[in-house]
Design a protein around this ligand. Sequence first.
Ligand SMILES: NC(=O)c1ccc[n+]([C@@H]2O[C@H](COP(=O)([O-])OP(=O)(O)OC[C@H]3O[C@@H](n4cnc5c(N)ncnc54)[C@H](OP(=O)(O)O)[C@@H]3O)[C@@H](O)[C@H]2O)c1
Length: 301
Amino acid sequence: MKRRNFVRLVAAGCTLPFNSTGMDLKDEVLKRKIPSSGELLPSIGLGTWQSFDVGPNENDREPLRAVLDTMIQYGGTVVDSSPMYGRSEGVVGEISDQMSVNAKLFAATKVWTTGKKAGISQMDRSIELMRKKPIDLMQIHNMQDWQTHIETLRDWKEEGKVRYIGITHYVESAFSKMEQIMKDHPLDFIQLNYSMSSRKAEESILPLALEKGIAVLINRPYGGGSLFRSVKNQDIPEWAMEFGAESWGQFFLKYLLSNPAVTCVIPGTAKPHHMLDNMKAGFGRLPNEREKQKMIKLLYK
Ligand SMILES: NC(=O)c1ccc[n+]([C@@H]2O[C@H](COP(=O)([O-])OP(=O)(O)OC[C@H]3O[C@@H](n4cnc5c(N)ncnc54)[C@H](OP(=O)(O)O)[C@@H]3O)[C@@H](O)[C@H]2O)c1
């Protein structure tokens, strides 16, 4: 199917013909448990940094509706945003409302400011913008003023204003501080950077998350897109088909999902065909340890 027609179809809310994408409707996207509740979460989600920061122009909005629709049709629910991402929270809220899918989403956003009062008013605004009450996950963006916000979040969780609470960062140098907070405070989620090109998370923070029963969202799973540039003009090896990876995107994501501490990866995209590609990584088997070594060797001989 031509991409333009595909976008129109999904934007119009038509059911995807799964057999045209080579997938079996009976299969379900891989889900992982949120340890603090036992709730199952689809392992592939969507990041909205830059990609969802658009105005009201239909040319910008139409592909984003198709992105959301594709994710949902393939069993995805997790959408991650932040007040740091310009208009993204509002765009997620508006288009999911128009599509009547807000209730299906697992809406995650963040607090990114200093001070209790400022935090409360920013989080109230985010909940309004994302049109999801209670909001599913509120995270402290880059752990900014975390000592203040964590108290508000604990209260809000008790009051039922948020379902889950967490902290985020996007650089490996922040892991030791994150680990300390994970040891000292009850958290439902952490969100951190992990990709085939940045694998420090494997050393201690992911094992700690498993041990403490904390769910993990993975940001920058493609290293911000740099992984694709590193394999430019290179074919994906045939042996990757043995674990069902048909594209480099699926190759990169399946590597991450094979780590049992990873609950959900949240690649950012504004393109429906990339969303489809990302969702496909959540189907079929995952690489085993031997295959993972081979994957690393292929990229970093
Ligand atoms: N501190 C924090 O809390 C923090 C920091 C960073 C990120 N995040 C979150 O994590 C999300 C993901 O991180 P990111 O967006 O920075 O980096 P990323 O997901 O590693 O990479 C995004 C890039 O990959 C491309 N892409 C996506 N799917 C693709 C596919 N299947 N094939 C080829 N290219 C593909 C996108 O381009 P196209 O648009 O062309 O698809 C985009 O250029 C963010 O959107 C945000 O929600 C949080």
